[in-house]
Design a protein around this ligand. Structure first.
Ligand code: ZN
Ligand code: FE
Length: 258
């Protein structure tokens, strides 16, 4: 199975999974780039996976289904038109068309609320599709969830195997790293990641996917137990922060205004 980024809108990636002549897509906010790729490559769609209800992740579902009915997996706790297979924590999404008869490609569903209330992620085949929850060196905005929910979701993702390749839905990496460098000017891992990411972008290449292991050393939203991060968060919040969640919340607030 190969996983292909289909750029959409200004900075979205629609992820297309392909094997043989079959394909699945994750978060098709727009049908046009998906239909074009399927036609160009002689592929047919086998499944759609959705992480959350925002239009830039769901806007293409109706048009894709108009070209042929396929199972649509998505968060059981969000109302999204077109979903035929509502899923939540612990469910397994099986896509036999992308595997072999005895070994279908499978993803385990994770509840990761925070960006939206019912946001889910899909983990399997060495990959994590996490929508707008975890970004490279960043995390999604808290539109519907609390800081405690988002922090727990991020820690849940961070506990997955370090060699997991993270397929988030936006190319926000350089902006996120600029903020990470403001939080931790003396973090050499951040400095290195900025150089590596700038080189990719200068070449017009995506910075996504990225290995999960690098997040613990560079993502300020996963580093609220670090003394340097606590100090900066307290300086911005204007007082003392009693827990990692409070540090996370202060960092998230700061990023909103950065
Ligand atoms: Zn979103
Ligand atoms: Fe989005």
């Amino acid at each position: 199975m190969k996983i292909i980024p289909l750029p959409a809108f200004r900075d979205n990636y629609i992820w297309l999974l392909r094997a043989g002549t079959r394909a699945a897509v994750v978060d098709p906010g727009d049908a046009a780039p998906v239909l074009r790729y399927l036609a160009d490559e002689g592929l047919s769609l086998a499944a759609i996976l959705i992480t959350h209800h925002h239009p830039d992740h769901t806007g293409g579902v109706a048009e894709l289904l108009a070209h042929g009915a396929v199972p649509v997996f998505g968060p059981a706790r969000e109302a999204i038109a077109g979903i035929t297979r509502p899923v939540g924590e612990g469910d397994v999404v099986s896509i036999p068309e992308l595997g072999t008869p005895d070994a279908p490609v499978e993803f385990r569903v994770l509840d990761i609320p925070g960006h939206t209330a019912g946001h889910i992620g899909y983990h399997g085949a060495g990959a994590l599709f996490c929508g707008d929850t975890l970004f490279a060196a960043g995390c999604g905005r808290l539109f519907e969830g609390t800081p405690a929910q988002m922090f727990a979701s991020l820690e849940k993702l961070a506990a997955l195997p370090g060699d997991t390749q993270v397929y988030c839905t936006h190319e926000y990496t350089l902006a996120n790293l600029a903020f990470a460098a403001a939080v931790e000017p003396d973090n050499p891992a951040v400095t290195r990641r900025i150089a590596a990411s700038q080189a990719l972008r200068a070449d017009d290449r995506p910075t996504v996917p990225f290995p999960l292991a690098g997040e613990m050393s560079t993502n300020p939203f996963l580093r609220s137990r670090e003394a340097a991060v606590i100090r900066q968060a307290e300086a911005h919040a204007g007082c003392c922060l009693a827990s990692p969640v409070e540090v996370f919340a202060a960092i998230r607030e700061w990023k909103n205004r950065f």
